[in-house]
Each structure stands twice: as C-alpha cells, then as structure tokens.
Design a protein around this ligand. Structure first.
Ligand code: SF4
Length: 294
C-alpha cells in the first residue's frame, strides 16, 4: 500500500513539473480513484482527497424531479456568499495536503454572482489541487468577467447536455471556445431513481452504504463542513432525516477519521429510490416538490 501511495505522489509531482494539462491530471485522477476504491484510508493517511465538490448554490435554473442532489425540494434554496465560499476554500486547503479534483457545483453554479471572485481566490492554492472544474446544466452563459476569471483559473467546464432543457448549450460552448476554456459536453444516457428521501428502513441502508463505500467518490464542502455525499449535505438542510452530528464533520483534522468510516450513516436508512431507469432531466417540476420529515 505504502509503495502505491508513494507512486501516486510521484505521479502528482510529475504532472506538476510538466505543467499538468487536463490529460496528465486525468491520469492522476484515474490512478487515485483506483487507490480510493481499494481502501479510502490510504489517501486519508496522507491527507489527500480524491474528489471534492464545493457547493456555491442550492438554487438551480432547472427543477428536475429526479435530481439526486435534492435541489428540487428546496423552497428557499441558499446561494452562498463569496465570503462564505472563500472561507470554505481557506479552511479546506489549510487541512489537506492535496485535492486531485476540485469542482464548483450547484444547483447551477453560474447563477452565483461571486463565482469569479471564488475562482480568483482558489488559485492561491493551485499547488494543492490538480484539476479544477465547474459543472453546469448549460442554461446560463457567463458574462465576460466570469469567462476571464475561468480562463485565468484554468478551469475545465463540464456542460451537461439535457437536450432541449440545456437551451444555451451551443451559445455557451461558443463562448468557452472563444475564451480558450477547455470544456466537455457530458451526455448521460440514463438516470436511476436513487438517493430519494424515503421512509426509514424502507430500503436496506447497509446495502446502500456498501455501494457508496466503494463507488461514491465525491465529498461535499459547505458552510465549513465536509459531507460524505450530497444526500447528507442537502438532506440535513431540508430535514429529510433526523439531525445527527455524525452526518457531517468540521473541516479539521477530525475529517480524516470521518472519511475512513466503515459503517453506514444513520441517514443511509432514508436514502432510497426504486432504481428504475429515467431519461435524464426529462421530468421538470413546476414548484418545489414536497417531502415528508420522518
Ligand atoms: S446517505 Fe448513505 S447510502 Fe445515501 S448516498 Fe450517502 S452514503 Fe450513500
């Protein structure tokens, strides 16, 4: 194990010395995903995070009924201030040695007016992360100020293509090309009905957790805390399961133990869905969806 992580650190150094580049970092990213799936403790022991999502807003320009992030349930979604997010960035990079992939996420991140400042701020830590990303649903085209900040920060943009719902996809891609900002168009063939708030123990929380332990690689940063998944992060705000201090952790040295956890969270018993196949983003709710506080 020790030699594998040593090899990983060597690959990071190599990628850095060659100026990185999206392809180089994708190799690093794949290697660390392999290590993470073998045993998440290996990375924790070196204070390395594989994939972190920094939440900049819970508001979205779409309201997909089956969004796994639970944004469709918010009646008063919060868009986080630039001060709050910059503070999250500071405490994160004070604690971690390296983040392989760091992504700004919403809701729809382009609606946060402070995003340009956040991007400028995170570049202070550019030696401590590999790939910097933003995921968008391609309904908003950033203004020139934000496009310049994205170019400067060397951000890679993932544009989800939800067909007619991604109304600005072409316009957005044209702008990104004009500013030489790397991007990918991400077409998901199908969604699965999962991560829905359900009646406790209507699902096998242990089984859910076992799948997540292996395959759920993204951790969420919000309001100075780190969460294992977006269901725990947004579900806590919505109150779709009873509050439990185990669900999130302050971004301190304690988070490494939290991330090395090998048993389900209490909320895993509320995290369900029938697994049926869905067309991505097809069903749009007209108003925030209702949920039951169990
Ligand atoms: S709540 Fe538990 S089962 Fe659901 S996504 Fe998070 S870790 Fe996985």
């Amino acid at each position: 194990m020790g030699s594998l992580i040593g090899l990983g650190e060597l690959i990071i150094q190599l990628a850095k010395s060659r100026g990185g580049g999206a392809i180089g970092w994708l190799v690093v990213y794949s290697f660390f995903r392999f290590l993470h799936r073998m045993n998440p403790k290996i990375l924790c022991s070196r204070k390395i995070l594989y994939h972190v999502e920094i939440t900049v807003t819970q508001a979205c320009t779409l309201r997909c009924s089956h969004c796994a992030s639970l944004n469709q349930y918010f009646k008063n979604p919060e868009t986080f201030s630039k001060e709050q997010v910059c503070n999250d960035i500071d405490i994160l990079f004070k604690e971690v040695k390296f983040v392989v992939m760091c992504r700004f996420l919403g809701g729809e991140p382009f609606i946060n007016k402070g995003l340009a400042t956040m991007l400028q701020h995170i570049t202070k830590y550019k030696k401590k992360y590999g790939l910097l990303g933003i995921t968008t649903n391609a309904t908003v085209v950033p203004d020139d100020n934000l496009l310049l900040a994205m170019k400067e920060a060397k951000v890679c943009v993932r544009c989800s293509d939800y067909g007619e719902n991604s109304q600005k996809l072409k316009e957005l891609c044209d702008k990104l090309s004009e500013y030489n900002i790397p991007f990918e168009i991400h077409r998901t063939r199908e969604w699965r009905e999962t991560h829905k708030p359900v009646k406790p123990n209507a699902v096998d929380g242990n089984e859910n957790w076992r799948r997540c332990y292996k395959y759920n690689n993204c951790r969420v940063v919000k309001r100075g805390k780190l969460y294992y998944c977006v269901f725990l992060s947004n579900g806590e705000d919505l109150g779709v399961f009873p509050y439990n201090s185990e669900h999130g952790v302050a971004i301190t040295n304690d988070m490494w133990e939290y991330l090395s956890r090998k048993k389900p969270f209490p909320a895993c018993a509320y995290c369900g869905g029938d697994g049926r196949v869905l067309e991505p983003a097809k069903e749009q709710a007209k108003a925030p969806l209702e949920y039951i506080n169990y």
